[in-house]
Ligand binder design. Sequence first.
Ligand SMILES: NC(=O)c1ccc[n+]([C@@H]2O[C@H](COP(=O)([O-])OP(=O)(O)OC[C@H]3O[C@@H](n4cnc5c(N)ncnc54)[C@H](OP(=O)(O)O)[C@@H]3O)[C@@H](O)[C@H]2O)c1
Length: 285
Amino acid sequence: MGDRNFRSILTGSFSTPCADNPTVAMVEAAYRHAGLDARYINCDVKAEHLAQAVAGAVAMEWVGFNCSLPHKVAVIEYLDEVADSARIIGAVNCVSIRDGRLVGDNTDGKGFLASLKGVTDPSGRKVVVLGAGGAARAIAVELGLAGAAHLTIVNRDVARAENVAALVRDNTPCAAEAMAWTGPVAVPEGADILINATSIGLGDGNALPPVNLDTLRSGLVVADVIPNPPMTHLLRTAKARGCTVLDGLGMLVNQGVIGVELWLGKKLDAGVMQRTLQEIFEVPA
Ligand SMILES: NC(=O)c1ccc[n+]([C@@H]2O[C@H](COP(=O)([O-])OP(=O)(O)OC[C@H]3O[C@@H](n4cnc5c(N)ncnc54)[C@H](OP(=O)(O)O)[C@@H]3O)[C@@H](O)[C@H]2O)c1
């Protein structure tokens, strides 16, 4: 009886609404696979209760938690330390609790980068990023820090695109420019990577961001942040045109792997996470 331990390691997520976030299923499947007595609790935390939720996690000795909408910026005021890239991005989606100290990271861009590195090294590359929201911002900063040579940020609201481009120019050695999205975007001849970092395609396999499809050449890497459905219209078209494609499921999986590594110092099985999400999203094998 003496060496039995009924106390689980506690991790989780604070967001609202949270019911459609599948991260809990993905992470807990990987915890079980690793034989870890750890839990990931998906908590619906309203904006006005964030301070209490953070204090609760500390009081209950959680080892860490993810933050999603609407807490990614608001959580920063409760942290003792913020990692460099998260500070540049201005948003935290992963908090580690070590000896009562709270350390914030941003795994959005890091998860994308880990996925991208599976098909190409972004160092020295020219990249076109569609969108200038939270995902685009995180991806652009990580690409800049990873040594990308040039970013073109394309957005309907060009002021938002300029804001992201300036962030990259001011904080990384990468050149960056903004472009207004007024019609189908032509991917420039010299570009190596095209990334859809907008919400176009989320839950809609027919939606297509306005891109001049004739400019999707063989040799171009085309990536999408959309996790569901993973094979978006953009990726299907790009694949048919001979491009290397990368879906948003890998970004989500890698975020889980990176987050748990920050919390527990253990690398979970990405394949288990990937298969769990594929089952949930009913992706054909
Ligand atoms: N796979 C993953 O792990 C992962 C992680 C994070 C996010 N995501 C996905 O990334 C997507 C974006 O998230 P976010 O947090 O960046 O959202 P966000 O901050 O709301 O930004 C949305 C972006 O999409 C653009 N956009 C939306 N509808 C558009 C349209 N019809 N035409 C042109 N541009 C359009 C917006 O342009 P304007 O500024 O002009 O409005 C903005 O740049 C979401 O679908 C989310 O699911 C995936």
